[in-house]
Design a binder for this molecule. Sequence first.
Ligand SMILES: Nc1ccn([C@@H]2O[C@H](COP(=O)(O)O)[C@@H](O)[C@H]2O)c(=O)n1
Length: 273
Amino acid sequence: MSMGMRFTVLSSGSTGNATVIELGGTTILVDAGLSARRVEELLREREVSPEQLSGILVTHEHTDHIKGVGALARKYKMPIYANEKTWEGMKKYVGQIEPEQRKILETGAAIDFGSLRAESFGISHDAAEPVGYTFDDGIHKLSLATDLGYMSEKVKEAIYDSDVLVLESNHDIEMLRMGRYPWNIKRRILSDIGHLSNNAAGEALSELLNGRLKRTYLAHLSRDHNMMDIAKMTVRCSMEDCGIFFKDSEFELRDTYWNMPTPWDEVGSKTGE
Ligand SMILES: Nc1ccn([C@@H]2O[C@H](COP(=O)(O)O)[C@@H](O)[C@H]2O)c(=O)n1
């Protein structure tokens, strides 16, 4: 039985996002962007029962983040947390949610789930009021930052002292430019309210590598315009271009998957095991 904060990214990418954070008896789901049935399957793979969930924190109202929210809320009667604009944006997709389950968490506000503190921070994306989240058990910190067109100073500040980071590394810029998407979609992805490229993730990481950050999970990879090996190599090269060199024993880049959960990661441990 784990004592410290641990997490698993159940699924990551534009086909659906969901992450579980657990501390003691508290289990939180961030986003449920797959069908409720698929979220249940993924939870089962990591031996989490949906009945255990203390609630779902929503980052923004895009389908790949909320697809299963309504059905899970109705089936398991759990509270759903989002800011007001996100509630407004997702109301037609999630269907009827009982008033006592509708929790408003203003951007920048913190909420305590027992000894696990969650705090949201604003990000730049083309949704009503998108956010990332940090989780803190009083000693260690985990941050989730995906679906951001660029990394603002405020985001860097919010996630700066993390032990572990889940960071978007959506696309290889050349693969996207040469790829099959219509130009308007490419322009949106490349814009400040789109998605973070491998290069941008590397540049951001070079400012975040401070001795405390032990590993970063590269997330929300495009299946059309990225590959994990390319993402890792580009992030590393981009960090080196910024003068940041690291040994794998000091800092690690790790995989997330669109079709299976990552292993549980103990945030406080050096290796996550
Ligand atoms: N036909 C499409 C394909 C993708 N999108 C959006 O683009 C973003 C990146 O998608 P990837 O699958 O390449 O990561 C994401 O926001 C998709 O929803 C689109 O709008 N139309």
